[in-house]
Design a protein around this ligand. Sequence first.
Ligand code: AVI
Length: 327
Amino acid sequence: MKSENAVNPPDQINQNSSTFRTDILRGLNQKNKKLPSKYFYDKIGDRLFQTIMKMPEYYLTNCELDIFKNKTSEIAEVIMHNHTPFDLIELGAGDATKSVYLLQHLLEKNAAFSYLPIDISENILSELVQQMETKLPQLSVVPMEGDYFEMLEQATKQSENRKVVLFLGGNIGNMEADEALLFCKTLHSKLHPGDMVLMGFDLKKNPHTILAAYNDSEGITAAFNVNLLNRINRELHADFKIENFQHYPVYDPVSGACRSYLVSICKQKVTIDDEVIDFEANELIDMEISQKFTIEQIHHLMNRAGFQSLKNISDSKKWFIDAIWMA
Ligand code: AVI
């Protein structure tokens, strides 16, 4: 997921072309059309997300960076539990923009740990290894390329050290509630008692602030959404007319769900390979959820997945939380 977490799809699955085709067609043949946002992250999508993270409206990245820069010792205190050796595993490490502050601090504190970045992109991992050799030459880095949970299992088999798993960026918010619960339960099932998770959650806040983050004035978020239609055109020989779809983000401050839709501005037909998909005028494609949480919702999710809360660490504005849980 790019700069940190940017370069990795929130939900890592095998994105081979037949799975892609099946998922896209299944989503567009539903009564309420829906496309999986994990497919936003092709090369162009990665670049667009990098740009989003630098936009003034997109506060999430800076909030979590604030935590990693300024609350590093609070994080380290919890995860260096009893000073026993541990493996620090990062799901979707990207370029470790945020975690590098923690890594540096842990080295300064002489913590006994190795860093195991997991990413589906080999390129990203080899760049990360090179970068760490220069920035933090004393760091022991064990890159792991592949699916999050498969790699986590492998890491557990490779070493008996306790595990501390980082899942940053608020990526959990890109899962529907049932998917987020399943993800956290699966994560719990791969860990042993005493292992820890540090997960980033974007909190509910002024609805205007949230909506602006997904409706930027430059139209980058719109391009990020529409890029999936371009990707389908390219990879599945489809004929979406991009100008016939409009980006429409909405935020429901009651449920905390921020959703992006694409609106078909006219009645039209789209061909994907040999399948024809009909769109009515004003029909929607549900493109992405970016769920915003309350502390109570985070606790509820954690409890249902089988974890205990150790600490919630927030940024100075209290807009974002990194929650530390114990399995
Ligand atoms: C990756 N993820 C946490 C981003 C988010 O905020 O939901 C993806 C994104 N979508 C639109 N802007 C950013």
